[in-house]
Write a protein that binds this ligand. Structure first.
Ligand code: 4AZ
Length: 271
């Protein structure tokens, strides 16, 4: 989420790169919120549609330059969050990041032994993305080379059972695993439940963090807290029963029971 990146995100990523930390999730809550993201290692062989976005030039090479997640929805098409390619995250205009790469097939970003890095030919950013409320947080990357058809994840249809409250889902990423800037080198995932829109409407009625709007957003987490996406996971997939239902977008802190994760509702906003 953009404002969070403003406050701590970029600094967190730079610091993470400096100390050679690695990938999964997000923002840094205060010590009093010391809930973790509660995930476990996941393999890219089983989940070939999870990709990392990287720029060594902007973010350093230790973790393949990873700064966000993404998901393969077509052989040449990757979806991510709009906020991942904005100037506040990149530290410069996207047009000045010529080494933007989609990294696929690599669980451990510290090693280049596995996987491939694919150049991006074109970036479409949702013109309706609103960086104040975070509505419509989606961008589409068109790749210079196709990925294997076997790595494509289907997108859920609008209103599908997979995106209804109570649906079990999993979120994937290389972001912060503690809420304190501990980025993971290895891909991780955590199980969450799709929550009622009313839960996120109550949690996020409109503040500097964002405003929950069910038409373009999806609410998910663990009512008891502790399982969540976090900074660095942004743009990565929320998957239920083999269908893509969300992209990691924003939230207040990570893993707080009263502040669920907010995801882009892909079925409604995918181009
Ligand atoms: C972020 O700043 C972010 N706990 C991502 C996910 C969540 C919060 C913040 C959800 O990228």
């Amino acid at each position: 989420m953009r404002r969070r990146w403003n406050r701590s995100g970029r600094a967190g990523l730079v610091a993470a790169a400096a100390v050679l930390a690695a990938p999964l999730c997000g923002p840094a809550p205060a010590a009093a919120d010391s809930v973790v993201v509660g995930g476990s290692p996941a393999g890219v062989d089983e989940h070939p549609w999870v990709v990392a976005l990287g720029s060594r030039d902007r973010f350093g090479g230790e973790r393949s330059g990873q700064f966000c997640g993404g998901v393969v929805v077509g052989e040449r098409t990757v979806l991510t969050a709009a906020h991942c390619v904005d100037e506040e995250v990149l530290g410069t205009a996207l047009s000045r990041v010529p080494d933007l790469r989609v990294i696929s097939g690599r669980d451990d970003l510290r090693s280049t032994a596995k996987g491939r890095e694919t150049a991006v030919r074109e970036v479409w950013v949702n013109p309706e993305y609103d960086s104040v409320t975070n509505a419509g947080d989606i961008a589409r990357l068109t790749l210079a080379e196709p990925l294997p058809a076997s790595s494509v994840l289907p997108v859920a249809r609008p209103g599908a059972a997979e995106e209804k409250a109570g649906s079990k889902a999993a979120v994937f990423g290389w972001g912060d695993t503690t809420g304190n800037g501990t980025y993971s080198s290895r891909l991780r995932s955590v199980g969450v439940t799709v929550l009622e829109d009313a839960t996120c409407r109550r949690a996020y009625p409109g503040s500097s963090v964002g405003r929950y709007q069910a038409d373009t957003m999806l609410c998910a987490g663990d009512p008891r807290g502790g399982r969540d996406a976090c900074q660095g996971d942004s743009g990565g997939p929320l998957v239920s029963r083999g269908k893509l239902i969300g992209l990691v977008s924003w939230g207040s802190g990570c893993g707080r029971a009263s502040s669920p994760g907010v995801y882009t509702r892909v079925s409604e906003v995918a181009p």
